[in-house]
Design a protein. Sequence first.
Length: 182
Amino acid sequence: MKTLFRGAAATAAIMALTGGAAANAATQGTQGATSTGSVAVSVSVPNRVQLSGLTDVAFTNQDPSVAAANAQNVCVWSNTGTRGYNVNASGSGTGGAFTLANASLTVPYAVEWAGSSGLTSGTALTSGTALTGLTSTATNATCSAGPASTASLIVKIAAADLQSMQAATSYTGTLTLVVAPE
């Protein structure tokens, strides 16, 4: 009798902790000509984001009297409820600066981001500081269906900086972009 009472008390305690609701659980079939059972199926995914469609930027034989600009359409996909994301950029210069170099020679460049494709100007990015509040229109991770691109990356070098460069010298660097879901 004591064992039965303890079992009932334990069941009552579990029901109280779970709000009295039965948990989704598999039901087992019974022996017969056929037997039917069922299982609950559920799935969830974490927040994810993907950046694709990037191409290297090359300014070749750039006229130093004219500012250089390269705008490219890229794809940013986000699976959050708002399709939100942010972008953070850093260069290969000292402290993540946006600079191109050849040995000790350096030249700065600017980076802009626009939340729509097909644009030639956007919001100036600061190395190490995220541009927030962006929204993607991508319907899949690589824009292989739906819009072909969702944002614009713009790289610029001012004419004054081009004029400070040494002729016939290649300056190189790396721009790193990190997108994160919001």
